[in-house]
Ligand binder design. Structure first.
Ligand code: BEZ
Length: 392
């Protein structure tokens, strides 16, 4: 074989390889981005899933259906807030539907299964609600982001508020799963650091709503106050049952803000006056929030809630990442670096991400007045989840 022939063969092979690579790169950076939306469409968290999807779609629509120059296509799965089905559901999206990015979910137990698969496969994941501390703690990864909160955040902020109100003895009540346990743990950390005592921790399995026996136990314990985490349909029933048991007028009820978010229509007067902590409220009145609320109400004939904001911000985060890589979602390190540097212009107020990719954000103290969670103060300014166990 002559040197000339070898050189020609090499050149042809190199050209073919180059063409193949640029074709692949073109395919990566063109065509549609497949978003796997894994949210509850049934069960106690169904309304939360709908609000998240509405918020996400609203932002995509505001950008003409494209993020980072690429059209967005959705593949949806109803996760039923069932951790037992979670791994199969997320594997379907990743392995059967070949989604480019996962967006989900509401329930902490389901989100942990999503994070596990995202970590194993390197698929981008944006969590638009579930607060599981582990997702931005021991399970953290450069391809996993949260647009919402950690369970620790609203709980910790409320621990301080309740202590400052002079309460000494508190009973906690929640569902027995990661979100409830971690919300109570955050509350207890701040409350006991400030000199209070959690005298009893009550719980029932998710998504049970048979509260009666536990309410009787609260009445018998006679604490100064009660701290609770419930959300969705369970929160509606808890607030109504607490009032019906005659406890509302004698033992002050405090909660993580999910207790009264997206639920006030159904809770009616039984929620009036309740104090909660959360990273959103109905009366922020900033130009950014007012524009968002107007656009949401126009599109869906509904008022937005915290879940809608988190869905909207998940889409904003995807937009930031995709713009930085000019639509080439295979550039994961650049995508992640852009989000680490970003300030997300959220309706809740602008936020950045912590080292473990969880929002650093103000936690508002809100009080129910009519059909609104009105801001009465800032319970914790720029609160950063400690990201315990995260190595990034
Ligand atoms: C959770 O499971 O993490 C969760 C569910 C509903 C509201 C807030 C948190």
């Amino acid at each position: 074989m002559t040197t000339r022939f070898l050189a020609a063969t090499f050149t042809a092979a190199a050209t073919a390889a180059l063409l193949a690579t640029s074709h692949a790169a073109f395919a990566q950076a063109s065509g549609k981005i497949k978003v796997g939306l894994m949210l509850p469409a049934t069960g106690t968290f169904a309304a939360l899933g709908t609000a998240i999807e509405n918020g996400f779609r609203l932002h995509v629509a505001e950008r003409g259906g494209k993020l980072g120059g690429r059209e967005i296509e959705f593949v949806r799965v109803d996760d039923e807030s069932d951790p037992a089905k979670a791994t199969d559901n997320v594997n379907k999206l990743v392995k059967r539907d070949n989604v480019d990015v996962l967006v989900g979910t509401v329930h902490s137990g389901v989100a942990m299964a999503m994070a596990r698969v995202a970590k194993e496969t390197g698929t981008l994941l944006i969590v638009p609600n579930a607060g599981a501390d582990a997702v931005t703690g021991p399970m953290c990864a450069a391809n996993i982001f949260r647009s919402s909160f950690s369970n620790w955040q609203p709980g910790y902020a409320m621990g301080d508020v309740v202590a400052k109100k002079g309460h000494k003895k508190v009973v906690t009540i929640t569902w027995k799963y990661a979100a409830g346990d971690e919300s109570v743990k955050g509350f207890k950390e701040a409350f006991e650091k400030a000199g209070g005592t959690v005298v009893k921790e009550l719980s029932l399995p998710f998504p049970n709503v048979e509260f009666q026996a536990l309410l009787t136990e609260i009445a018998a314990t006679k604490p100064d106050a009660v701290y609770t985490f419930f959300a969705g349909g369970g929160a509606v029933k808890f607030v109504k049952d607490y009032a019906a048991a005659g406890l509302k007028k004698n033992i002050l009820l405090y909660g993580a803000g999910f207790l009264t978010d997206g639920t006030l229509e159904a809770q009616g007067a039984d929620a009036e006056g309740l104090l909660t902590t959360l990273h959103y409220a109905d009366s922020l009145g900033t130009p950014r929030d007012s524009a968002f609320r107007l656009a949401y109400a126009k599109s869906y004939k509904l008022q937005p809630d915290v879940y809608a904001v988190q869905g909207y911000d998940a889409a904003q985060m995807l937009a930031v990442g995709l713009e930085a890589v000019k639509g080439d979602i295979s550039k994961k390190a650049e995508f992640a670096a852009a989000l680490q540097k970003a300030k997300i212009d959220s309706p809740r107020g602008a936020f950045s991400l912590s080292k473990s990719n969880n929002p650093v954000q103000d936690i508002y103290l809100r009080q129910v007045s009519g059909k609104e969670n009105k801001v009465v103060g800032i319970a914790a300014k720029a609160l950063t989840d400690p990201g315990r166990g995260c190595r990034l």
